[in-house]
Design a binder for this molecule. Structure first.
Ligand code: 3PG
Length: 211
């Protein structure tokens, strides 16, 4: 089982993916993997998300599949039962964190303030999602956090694009970024898997410039 820090190092971009129709799940995951992105954060924002999770976990072993938008302990349990290999939350509460830490899978809690970073760090975690990255302060804010707290590695997500990703990835406390731009809704609905592979290849290429 991977730990949370190694989850951050699978790809320079973690695609945040929302799938309505489970029939799209496997082709989307394969399209990302074909483009060199071997990780997917599948959001629990649709009624069928767990069905999609199970299909990807069973049929696309070449990709690490995690659950995003984990808001409650029950959602976390259901995601792990469906095959989620890591869990991502947009924010943290003490009770959610307590529960996530019992599940035996890597966890990336969402944080947006220095106090929240310190709270999660106190629980022994050093890998976190920084959300919502753009509105919360962007690369300058993360660089400032890195001065007093250099031991935490972040995955900034929320308002990040192919254009803004390099500024984040250049920071020593950023291991990867997250974003939904690799899997546009239209491409999924039209079955344009080639477009997703092309976007994934571009995103995977961001890692070539990382030190
Ligand atoms: C998330 O849940 O991480 C965000 O919805 C992704 O944000 P983005 O759509 O701005 O990439």
């Amino acid at each position: 089982m991977a730990d949370a820090t190694s989850v951050l190092h699978v790809s320079p971009v973690i695609p945040v993916v929302t799938i309505e129709d489970p029939q799209h799940a496997v082709p989307v995951a394969r399209a990302l993997a074909d483009g060199g992105v071997r990780i997917i954060e599948l959001t629990l924002r649709t009624a069928s998300a767990l069905t999609s999770m199970k299909l990807i976990a069973e049929e696309v072993p070449e990709i690490l599949v995690g659950a995003g938008t984990v808001l409650t302990p029950g959602q976390a349990d259901a995601a792990v039962a469906a095959g989620a290999q890591f869990l991502v939350s947009p924010g943290v509460t003490p009770s959610l964190l307590d529960h996530l830490l019992t599940l035996g899978v890597p966890v990336l809690p969402g944080v947006a303030t220095v106090g929240e970073v310190m709270g999660v760090l106190e629980r022994g975690l050093t890998a976190m999602k920084f959300f919502p990255a753009g509105p919360a302060g962007g690369p300058d804010y993360l660089a400032a956090i890195g001065a007093p707290i250099p031991q935490v590695q972040f995955c900034p997500t929320g308002g990040v694009s192919l254009g803004s990703a390099p500024k984040y990835l250049a920071l020593p406390n950023v291991a990867c970024v997250g974003g939904s731009w690799l899997t546009p809704r239209g491409a999924i609905e039209n079955g344009d898997w080639q477009q997703i592979t092309t976007l994934a290849r571009e995103a995977a290429g961001l890692g070539l410039n990382q030190g």
